[in-house]
Design a protein around this ligand. Sequence first.
Ligand code: NAP
Length: 291
Amino acid sequence: MEGLAIIDASTRVLCLIGKPVRHSLSPVMHNAAIRALNLNFVYVAFEVEPQDLGKAVEGIRSLGIGGANVTMPHKIEVVKYLDEVSEDARKIGAVNTIVNEGGTLKGYNTDGVGALKSLEMFTDVDGKKVVLLGAGGAARAIAYTLSGRVSELAILNRTEEKAVNLARNLANNGSTVRGMRLSVRNLENELRDADILINATSVGMESNESLVPEHLLRPGLVVFDIVYRPLHTKLLRDAMKAGCTTIDGLWMLVLQGAESFKLWTGHYPDIRIMRNAALKALGVEENEGEG
Ligand code: NAP
């Protein structure tokens, strides 16, 4: 394989555990960053069945695997097998990163900070009004990270109760947070004076669907879709046509990955190298991936 560092008896292993993992972009992204820094690490993907999760985590400990990413469907369940969990991950209720510190397994969640840094590459978030679609795992991480920074956060979800509960849990964080049902009428009302729209649902993933009617998109609105397959979802294409600033989900994937990489290796990786490796694996030309 092109440019692969020599694997020897000192090579430290990093891994992804999830199911499915075969289409994951994390191995190419992290191995590109490892090569660029000339570190003696390698990143591999393990497909782990839910009933084997406890044994897989014990394997990380007993084999001295340096760290791991955790993806669907294990992000919540994995918490009970860890020795320590960061305050962010505890509040979010999910772990996407494990660090093995001499046999002590610590859980972190880098999804929220990855999303925040993606937004900050394109816009200021402080004092802004954000409309967040979704109340699942990724939306929870984003809502937790943004609350306290933005002035107003409106959470719209298909299952209203989940949006209302999430908003309730974030009360007293310094922002006005409201949860409500995802409907065209609520979207219309909330988007009228919004600065940023984030899609944190799975709608648009490998489909040509969008939850947001085109006429609600306008110049001045920043539209961030965390879905990255396809890179330019229907929501992002509609937003580009309407003159919005757009941010694709690959930024979040790269920036949450970069935070995990720093936790494992102590080095902050080159995010351009990670993004280009992921774009190549997605089959997207670099200039198509801009913006
Ligand atoms: P999840 O916990 O399963 O949550 C899914 C969310 O999507 C829920 O809010 C769900 O609403 C909503 N939803 C699903 N189908 C819908 C529909 N037909 N209409 C309206 N809402 C619908 O999943 P997740 O982990 O949060 O992931 C969500 C998406 O983000 C996935 O596509 C994932 O690949 C992507 N993601 C990207 C990154 C990144 O780094 N870019 C990181 C994490 C996740 P209900 O509550 O009503 O079911």
